[in-house]
Design a protein around this ligand. Structure first.
Ligand code: ZN
Length: 370
């Protein structure tokens, strides 16, 4: 009888031993594979986390540099989400939690509702711009004092309104045309205002000094006069303003306290940031001047007659008490020079006198017309 025999028990013991050995090998192979997979997964996760962390810190830097600008695009990319999340007060951990989860439904729900809610909350605290999706929203930090902190001037104590007065202003010089204009002004003993750009050559610096020496007012216009660059942010504008201020001071010894914005105080390039720019410029004591009469001498189809009429006829027809007149004295504005003498004669005949601007003259501004 095999069952119950010694042989049977021997075989049984062998079978059990072999079974245990096979089971041990199989389970160690199984758990080994699982463990290796887990290790790979950990590595992947770590890489992802590292990537997210560095992207997030780059996003944070960008926000800091962008003067706290939060942009809500119509169809945001993952990059936009990093920006938005950090702008709306999420930490790197928040972002990593949601991304490492990788559950599409949860992500959608989160970005759909929770992120929207937090963003709305954040955007509602911003004073400037709109909160509509797809439009930039600019954060007014109200503190740009770190940019050239010393470029501050004494503001006027009061504004004067001088009646029957015309203020001729010339932008974009100095050039040889400036010299010709100075000659005409001298002939009629009239003082005007020059909003200057950078004097690159020694000759231009000489002309800049001549403006000051002959008793005219010198004002800030721009160093670069490149709209995209100047109005890229509040900071870029202030850099340009302060550089122009320092440049004029170095060349002429005069600390200019009035300015004209390139393109005027409100233009297509600065519509979203002009409030902050004006606030900061005013805080620093500067007075800025737009115009209510323009020669339109910078337009391509300008002729002698259009420039003359744009000034003399509009002053005559508008019966304005005072006019701030925009003209240009850059090197390519030869035509303008030829109109100046007739403008002076005929505007004088209308009963107006010519004066230079100074920071006591009540400004004419696009945003605060009187
Ligand atoms: Zn200009």
């Amino acid at each position: 009888m095999y069952f119950g025999s010694v042989k049977f028990f021997k075989h049984l013991i062998y079978t059990i031993i072999i079974g245990v050995i096979i089971l041990a090998i199989a389970s160690s192979i199984f758990f080994g594979i699982m463990y290796l997979g887990k290790l790979a997964k950990c590595d992947e996760l770590e890489t992802n986390v590292g990537m997210l962390e560095s992207e997030l810190s780059a996003a944070n830097d960008k926000i800091a540099l962008d003067s706290k600008k939060a942009y809500v695009p119509a169809s945001p990319t993952i990059d936009d989400f990093y920006l938005l999340m950090s702008a709306s007060g999420y930490t790197a951990t928040d972002v990593m939690e949601f991304f490492s989860d990788n559950e599409t439904d949860e992500l959608e729900e989160f970005f759909g509702d929770e992120l929207d809610r937090r963003l709305d909350e954040y955007l509602s605290t911003l004073p400037v711009g709109t909160t509509d999706s797809g439009t930039p929203n600019t954060h007014d930090t109200s503190d740009y004092s770190y940019i050239y902190p010393d470029v501050v001037v004494e503001p006027p104590s009061e504004y004067l309104i001088e009646k029957n007065t015309v203020y001729l202003t010339f932008d974009d010089g100095p050039s040889e045309n400036t010299v010709d204009i100075l000659k005409i002004l001298d002939k009629y003993d009239i003082k005007a205002t020059f909003f200057v750009v950078e004097a690159k050559t020694e000759r231009q610096k000489e002309i800049m000094r001549q403006i000051v020496d002959e008793g005219h007012t010198i004002g800030i216009h721009s160093i670069s006069h490149v709209y995209n660059k100047i109005y890229a942010s509040v900071e870029s504008y202030l850099e340009d303003l302060c550089n122009t201020y320092n440049h004029i001071y170095e060349v002429t010894g005069v600390k200019p306290n009035i300015l004209r914005f390139p393109g005027g105080s409100i233009n297509n390039y600065n519509r979203l940031i002009y409030h902050q720019i004006i606030a900061e410029v005013t805080r620093r004591g500067f007075v800025y001047y737009d115009w209510n009469v323009s020669g339109e001498d910078a337009t391509r189809d300008a002729t002698w007659t259009t420039i003359y009429n744009n000034i003399v006829k509009s002053i005559e027809n508008s019966s304005t008490e005072r006019a701030i007149v925009l003209l240009h004295d850059s090197g390519d504005k030869d035509l303008t020079v030829t109109t100046v003498e007739d403008i002076i004669q005929d505007v004088s005949a209308l009963g107006y006198s010519f004066k230079p601007l100074n920071n006591n003259v009540k400004p004419i501004n696009f945003s605060y017309r009187d």
